[in-house]
Unconditional design. Structure first.
Length: 221
């Protein structure tokens, strides 16, 4: 097998590992939603522990990326964009895993309270975050540059929902009829959801970079 053919084979393996990590992140968030709905404390604990596996996947993929670059000389600009975008995207996926674990920790502390009673917009924010996460990962794996270019606009809805949830929780605090600690914890949950939305958009932007060498309309490579 030629050096170039071997490189292409390793790239395909890299994509498969990236796909597995993306599916793992999607599943972790789906499990989180289910565990919160059922107040399944055992499952919430498992989600927190599972974050270590996501971290290990990130380290493995990053190591594969570095090995690819050292083995293939000279490195084409297109190859460098592919490997660089994968390294950046898995970093965003790892952060999503961290935030999912953080939300699981908060959910244990909240212990089954009705999020909707405190912040009516919270269920919608969870659902929109799930959608943007799944779609951002899918765009990267499908190499859909055109849709990825417009994907950043989706984050506006998450930001609007975060501001709405924040206003609802502030109103709760002012009324003094709800648990203060729960209000603070729910605000943190909303902030983690907002950050997950940001990372999902980042993942789509790395797809644009992979195909064009530009990020946020600025030529890099």
């Amino acid at each position: 097998m030629s050096v170039r053919m071997n490189f292409e084979h390793e790239l395909e393996t890299l994509r498969e590992n990236m796909d597995a990590m993306g599916k793992g992140i999607q599943q972790a968030f789906a499990d989180l939603l289910s565990a919160i709905a059922l107040n399944d404390l055992e499952e919430l604990d498992r989600i927190q522990k599972n974050d270590r596996k996501i971290n290990e996947m990130e380290r493995k993929i990053e190591a594969e990326c570095l090995l690819l670059l050292t083995r293939q000389q000279p490195v084409l600009a297109s190859d460098l964009r592919i490997v660089s975008s994968v390294m950046k995207a898995v970093g965003d996926m790892e952060r999503i895993g961290d935030h999912a674990a953080d939300i699981a920790d908060m959910a244990v502390r909240l212990n089954g309270i009705s999020y909707k009673e405190y912040a009516p917009s919270m269920p919608e924010m969870f659902e929109e975050t799930r959608k943007i996460l799944c779609d951002g990962v899918e765009l990267f794996m499908a190499r859909d540059k055109e849709q990825a270019k417009e994907f950043y606009k989706r984050d506006d809805k998450i930001d609007d929902l975060f501001n709405q949830v924040k206003e609802e929780l502030v109103a709760c605090l002012k009324e003094g009829k709800k648990d203060t600690d729960a209000c603070v914890d729910l605000l943190m949950v909303a902030k983690y959801l907002e950050r997950i939305g940001d990372h999902a958009v980042n993942i789509s932007e790395w797809e644009v970079f992979k195909e064009t060498g530009s990020i946020k309309n600025e030529r890099i490579l």
